[in-house]
Design a protein around this ligand. Structure first.
Ligand code: SAH
Length: 347
């Protein structure tokens, strides 16, 4: 939580930490709540916290850092109103967020790391590797500033942007506690989804916290041979190990897992894959979200044909597996995460 300047990042502090810090400065208890509320509003300096005494604003400025992201690039889809942001952070790093407009409310997709260490073959976010973790405040800012800039009230969050959220476990949990706080953005855990490529120990650790969020697991193949080819993480935790962790997660939290499956032509979309996927998920009540692969110029993987997808879905449905196909939002603005940042790095 301590930044380069040596001063703690105040927006990443939990309410009880903030209370302790302000008490140490000799401030009365109600101040902590006031400050916390300001930290959850899009203000870029302590100066703007106008209901705090000037002397306190001064003290805060000397003892803490307060960062805010800048909009480096913004794209608005003319087709469906999807808004995509490329943010520039205080150290010059870039991450992306996307605001999607659904009937059940506006959803923001946020990044959890600068780059990604996981190396999935089909993903733009991992091409340059991982640069660093995002702090809790840098994840929170994506929600706060996307809402402020777009004017769209955010009611749902998906941690499906750049990075592997469970690889940045502590900061991500801290972010969840902040964004869920009634004095903060107050977004309910049931309105939050976290997507992981399948870090088994971290899935167990998350289960132990008993949060009511939705866990999505990027499965993308039901067999080790295929999955290890496209997802290096499978060599550490194979399909059956991962599915066992998913069962434990459900038993512990009562929350059903949702599986993501990007359809890649001739790689994971054959009748063999459909049948094995149905067999492995049978009776779990899990949900499968099929995503037509988004082409990434650096890879030579391609999306499955619509007819192949249709047959794949039929096989799953015959075995009573619940399937949906992710609607493609913002097709005119490269709204798949990692692509804007990637384009910038290429320049
Ligand atoms: N690291 C996390 C979250 C980020 S990716 C995870 O792996 O789940 C969010 C989802 O988009 C994941 O399911 C990921 O596998 C998928 N994805 C990545 N690149 C994609 C692409 N080119 N086309 C379709 N889905 C993709």
């Amino acid at each position: 939580m301590t930044e380069k300047s040596g001063l703690p990042d105040i927006k990443s502090m939990l309410p009880d930490e903030l209370s302790a810090a302000l008490a140490a400065l000799g401030e009365p208890p109600f101040r902590a709540k006031q400050v916390f509320k300001w930290l959850n509003a899009p203000v870029s300096s302590f100066e703007e916290m106008t209901n705090l005494p000037k002397s306190l604003r001064e003290k805060l400025r000397e003892r803490f850092t307060l960062y805010t992201p800048a909009v480096e690039q913004k794209q608005v889809s003319r087709l469906d109103g999807t808004v995509k942001y490329l943010w520039r952070l205080h150290d010059g790093s870039h991450v992306e967020s996307v605001v999607m407009r659904y009937e059940h409310g506006n959803t923001v997709c946020v990044s959890s790391e600068v780059g990604c260490p996981m190396g999935c073959a089909f993903c733009a976010s991992t091409i340059g590797g991982k640069v660093r973790n995002l702090s809790a405040s840098e994840i929170l800012d994506q929600v706060m500033y996307a809402q402020a800039d777009s004017g769209l009230k955010i009611s749902n969050i998906v941690l499906m942007g750049i990075g592997e959220p469970l690889d940045n476990f502590d900061n991500v949990i801290r972010f969840l506690r902040l964004v869920n706080d009634p004095d903060g953005m107050n977004i309910g855990m049931r309105h939050i989804s976290l997507s992981t490529c399948g870090l088994v120990e971290k899935i167990d650790k998350l289960a132990g916290l008993g949060l009511q969020l939705t866990l999505s697991v990027s499965l993308h193949a039901p067999d080790d041979e295929t999955r290890s080819k496209i997802m290096p993480v499978n060599r550490a935790y194979n399909v059956d190990t991962l599915l066992a962790a998913c069962r434990r997660y459900f038993e512990k939290t009562g929350r059903r897992i949702s599986f993501e499956y990007a359809m890649i032509r001739d790689v994971n979309d054959t009748p063999f894959h459909a049948a094995l996927l149905a067999e492995k998920l049978a009776g779990t009540g899990s949900h499968v979200n099929l995503i037509p692969l988004n082409e990434v110029p650096e890879s030579n993987l391609h999306p499955s044909a619509p007819e192949t997808m249709r047959r794949f879905i039929e096989t799953l449905e015959r075995k009573n597996i619940n399937v949906t196909v992710r609607r493609k939002l913002g097709p005119d603005i490269e709204a798949s995460c990692g692509q804007l940042r990637r384009e910038r790095e290429r320049k």
